[in-house]
Design a protein around this ligand. Structure first.
Ligand code: ZN
Length: 286
């Protein structure tokens, strides 16, 4: 936040401020996903697994490379916090910050979820989004953000709240610990900044603070991805429910989320290859 300035403006302040911005990472040279292939493949899929994520809890699931997965709103408006890990090496995980730098603050069909350095490859591509009609609202808000981090007991304590064990951070920690048979504290270190599925967020126009508002999601809405590598997904049904008022408590109305894993017709995916890790040689100038 910017408080009342203590420094006088320099004589050329206006000239400095009126310089036009440039995009940090223009994406014209980013290799595009083959969306027409994905569009064709998703027409002939077989559902092979359904996972129900209970309210205020988390679950992990495996998605083989080249399979699709959907996150579905079931009984009521509910937001979800999504983590992704490489099945082969869970220390390769979703890189929310770089995804934001490449695709903007909110993602939808055609955008990709990138993995952490030094791997830096697409982990998943959004192939369908029933909330893509929302666009941007008058407050600068939109859905499916890569701005937020995940609700967690540490920040709640910092801000004077009581210890609450069903924040998304703890839900994802318990879910990954159970899925991998890993010690709780080891699993916690693999939990990372999320994709806020169905959450409606933005930055306030005056103070530029992170805001949330009631999610426009309704039962039946879904966001769908294709796994670009073998994945473990982790999803928490946030204790904030639709995130219209609060989180980190048992106050909000919460609903389950459903994850479906879909297998496309292998004939339609012939020739498709999982994403390769970055080709950078990691010599770093040495
Ligand atoms: Zn949460």
């Amino acid at each position: 936040m910017k408080y009342t300035p203590e420094t006088n403006s320099p004589a050329d302040a206006d000239q400095r401020k009126e310089i036009e911005p440039v995009i940090c990472y223009p994406v014209d040279t980013l290799p595009p996903p083959d969306l027409s292939l994905y569009k064709t493949a998703r027409q002939a899929m077989e559902k092979i697994e359904t996972i129900v994520v209970p309210p205020r809890d988390g679950r992990c699931f495996d998605v083989p490379a080249g399979h699709f997965f959907r996150i579905i709103s079931s009984e009521g408006p509910q937001v979800g916090d999504l983590n992704l890990w490489s099945r082969a090496n869970p220390s390769e995980k979703f890189f929310s910050g770089k995804t934001r730098a490449l695709h903007g603050t909110h993602i939808s069909t055609g955008d990709q979820m990138w993995s952490s350095l030094p791997h830096m490859r697409p982990m998943a591509t959004v192939t369908h989004d029933t909330l893509d009609w929302y666009g941007w609202d008058e407050f600068g808000g939109s859905v499916h953000d890569v701005i937020g981090t995940r609700c967690d007991p540490y920040t709640a304590r910092l801000l004077g709240g009581v210890d609450y064990h069903h924040c998304c951070h703890s839900n994802l920690t318990r879910a990954l610990s159970a899925h991998l048979g890993k010690d709780l504290h080891d699993a916690e270190l693999l939990v990372h900044d999320v994709l806020n599925v169905f959450m409606c967020t933005g930055f306030t126009l005056d103070t530029h603070q992170y805001f949330m508002k009631a999610s426009p999601v309704r039962p039946g809405d879904f966001i769908e991805f294709i796994a670009e590598i073998d994945l473990i997904g982790g999803l928490s049904a946030c204790p904030g429910g639709d995130c219209s008022a609060s989180h980190s408590s048992d106050v909000a109305a919460c609903y389950p989320l459903v994850v479906e894993i879909w297998k496309p017709d292998p004939a339609l995916m012939a020739g498709w290859m999982p994403a390769h890790p970055s080709g950078y040689d990691r010599t770093h100038g040495v």
